[in-house]
Design a protein around this ligand. Sequence first.
Ligand code: FUL
Length: 700
Amino acid sequence: MKSKASHLFVRLTLLLLIGLSACKKTPPPAPYGPLPSEAQIAWQEMEMNMFVHFNMNTFSDMEWGLGGESPEQFNPTALDCRQWAKTAKEAGMRGIIITAKHHDGFCLWPSKYTEHSVKNTPWKDGKGDVIRELAEACKEYGLKLGVYLSPWDRNHAQYGNPEYLDYFHNQLKELLTDYGDIFEVWFDGANGGTGYYGGANEERKIDRKTYYQWDSVFSLVKELQPNAVIFSDGGPGCRWVGNEEGWANATNWSLLRGDEVFPGYPHYKELRSGHEDGTHWVPAEADVSIRPGWYYHKYEDHKVKTLPEMLDIYYHSVGRNSLLLLNFPVDRRGKIHEKDSARITEMAQRLKTVFETDLALQKTAEASNVRGNDKAYQASHLTDGNPQTYWTTDDQVTTASVTIDLGAPTEFNRVLLQEYIALGQRVEKFTLEVLEGEEWKQIADETTIGYKRILRLPNVTASKIRLNIQASKACPLLSTFSLYNAPALLLPPSIHHDKEGNVTLAAAEEGLSIHYTLDGSDPDSSSPKYTTPFLVDKPATLKAIAVEGGQSSGISLQHLDISPKHWQVLQSPKGKKEEVAKMIDADPNTWWESEKEQAFPQEIVIDLGENHTLKGFTYLPKQSRYISGFIQEYAFYVSNDGKSWGQAVAQGEFSNIRNNPILQTVNFTPTQGRFIKLKALRAIEGHHSVGIAELAVITE
Ligand code: FUL
């Protein structure tokens, strides 16, 4: 029989051995594949930056200026770079990138190498420097500064010749030496060389791949700003995401076959996912504007993206392993417009609310494999709130599971995962399961993670959640596994009344109930509940709210009327006849436009199919990014037989349609008729076409 003392000895020895093995320093996994530089990691951690498009186009009201604009035009009345910086800072952004020179060649700084710059403008008597003011504002607000310098230059006389390259290099030198640290240099893939756009020297065709001598451009950046990340379609620092709508594919590798891709790369859709077999670390940057245009146009004041649209962008960029570069078209004052700053504030507040409380923080996590059974790599690093620590497995293990025990049934609808990217991007496939009662249920089946992956899921209440890594290029390394419960987004529902007369109501997020009225009274949670589309084919005032747990949204309101189901366009000016029905398809996003250069008046006649008492009409001008065909002066007629029209029932002008091309409503004395005629007498700005997104009537 062993003595108590010998028992104690054995136990102590065992404890010592366990302790020793726990302390044993298992070496970390070897890096796998292409790796990010320190600068790229710091860049990725910025997550969301501000893009500012402000330049000559702001004053010429263009998107791509031609290059011949007079510097006299550039004259912001109240330039306020501090306001931009404050807006960015308060929204949680870390840097600002400014269009120092866009395709039209005008420079926001007094470059020594051209007269086409701020120095020849009335603004501050030619003594101003926008880049300097922005650099100072960024410093004040603790933001980093980046510059966009368009390679394509429609002003420079030598563009297309080798001489232009010296100019381009010299400008880059100025920007990279005179304004302190630059965190990103943005080289746009868009350029001429097509002979199509009609700016200066456009007939000089260039080879986008070779003309700019990218290698020497990139070396210059490296020499002058070693920490700057270089953006272009193919990097080398970060890559364009392959669309201008702010989204990456769900599968998104921070890798690229770097030697294949160059600015202007034709297979740009590949950039949405990167190249799984990429040879270089070139993470995605998703650029998108808060309005349709990159530059400010007053006529887009009503088109600032909605909060749900902004949130989709966030989840589809930052939530998909991409950086988000969100553009603000600064206006002619030199300020971010009030509508845009209100929207970004709303978005930032919402994100703060959603990601305030990590429900997995400090919860127990267990993994099917821990590298060398070493505490340094244990699963609890996933829930310790520290992105610098990670869980990883033994080298040969590329499939593994981690289970988080939440301690009690917990409701959540967001899952956030992060790989520890300093050692490479690895995970190729994963699923998520939750323990609901006694049952494990799969709630997600996904591919890549990368620096950050956020999944938006329907609400689930579970006591445990399990992550199954099903494929990884090498042993997986994850730093974060967080859960959040986003409160419902209680925005007024959207209303769509289609061509057939069906009304569809939609809440900003799943899971909310919608209640509505059709008699003009304010709805509450006892009003009829919306379940499926319903028919309304007569005049009615629709009001709707979204409701969740005793809370209601504001009211959305729309006047509904007879549907255009049986209408026919009988007469229209010269243009695509097969598309003419787009003006009566109840879809505001499609339009019909007559051929350019036609004489006025131009007439449109519509047969409503039967007699109605009409008391007004509505006209929605085309809602495209490029304005033309906005009717300025009109006359409107009603007829019983489509032949005799008599006097106009309404005549006048859409006074502010250029700047505010929203739905135009005209009321007139009630008149019986089956046929209507809109006579366009003039379009804005001397245009000679007529563009109509929707034409509709108001009946009694
Ligand atoms: C594009 C440009 O052509 C647009 O004008 C804008 O600057 C956008 C960010 O990049 O390629």
